[in-house]
Design a protein around this ligand. Structure first.
Ligand SMILES: C[S@@+](CC[C@H](N)C(=O)[O-])C[C@H]1O[C@@H](n2cnc3c(N)ncnc32)[C@H](O)[C@@H]1O
Length: 242
């Protein structure tokens, strides 16, 4: 069983975004917030990420590891799925869940700002509902780190909330729905491009205002970058109604 964590080695980094205090009841909160549709949301997230058997995939801010475990099933025995979170409590919960379910994924403590893997190691990196849990400077540093650990042609996929287009509704949401609803994930499109990601695409999930953002790490000296022709390109498509 490859479920593991490096809790002893990891520094307890105090940083905005640490959700360790929620680890014990996080899965219940997600079930409640998704109105029982979490399985659908996770399936569609993994469909969009387009993992292949044998891929190495990293989830950053993995929480209790549900998406990482689903990714391991997609990449199969020859692939590797790793979940990383800044909160040791989340990593412990995810490792316990992997052992309980008999899924050979691994989990470790770490921050997006300093990803403990060599250059060009992963085929895919995913961030689900985590990218706005940190200050801007950490996010920018983190996106550069993601680019570094991706292979040439590897993908970054980000799932998060958007904000309503109507200005008054946008202001209402920003005033009443806490720090998670101050940003729209689509704002990150130019920032991904600034961090050398190409083929940046946005796809509406039509699930409580969520969107997928996907970019490809095109590295100058790497192998040819595959074009993601099978990814839905139509913004506004209801991917969850399938
Ligand atoms: C809302 S949870 C999302 C969990 C999971 N990805 C999901 O889809 O359910 C956000 C997670 O990001 C983690 N996190 C926050 N800042 C981080 C950082 N700088 N590096 C890595 N993880 C971070 C938090 O500890 C938390 O577990």
């Amino acid at each position: 069983m490859g479920s593991s964590s490096n809790l002893a080695a990891a520094p307890r980094e105090k940083q905005e975004g640490q959700l360790g205090y929620m680890a014990r009841y996080y899965d219940v909160v997600v079930a409640f917030m998704t109105l029982g549709r979490e399985k659908t949301l996770r399936r569609v997230t993994l469909d969009l990420i387009q993992l292949e058997p044998g891929d190495r995939v990293l989830e950053i801010g993995c929480g209790t590891g549900t998406l990482t475990l689903g990714a391991k099933v997609r990449v199969g025995a020859s692939g590797e799925a790793t979940g990383m979170d800044i909160a040791p409590e989340m990593v412990e919960a995810a490792s316990r869940k992997a052992a309980r379910k008999g899924v050979d994924a691994s989990f470790q403590v770490g921050s997006i700002a300093k990803i403990p893997y060599p250059d060009s190691y992963f085929d895919a990196v995913m961030c689900s509902f985590m990218i706005f849990h940190m200050p801007d400077d950490v996010r920018r540093k983190g996106l550069a780190e993601v680019y570094r650990v991706l292979k040439s042609g590897g993908h970054l996929s980000i799932l998060d909330f958007g904000l309503p287009d109507k200005p008054w509704l946008r202001r209402f949401v920003q005033m009443h729905f806490g720090h998670m609803m101050q940003h729209d994930v689509r704002e990150l499109t130019p920032i991904l491009e600034e961090n050398s990601f190409s083929c940046v695409e946005v796809v509406k999930a039509d699930f409580m205002g969520t969107w997928f953002l996907r970019g490809t790490a095109k590295k100058v000296y790497g192998p040819a970058v595959p074009q993601s022709t099978s990814l839905p390109r139509i913004v506004g498509q209801d991917t969850l109604s399938r």
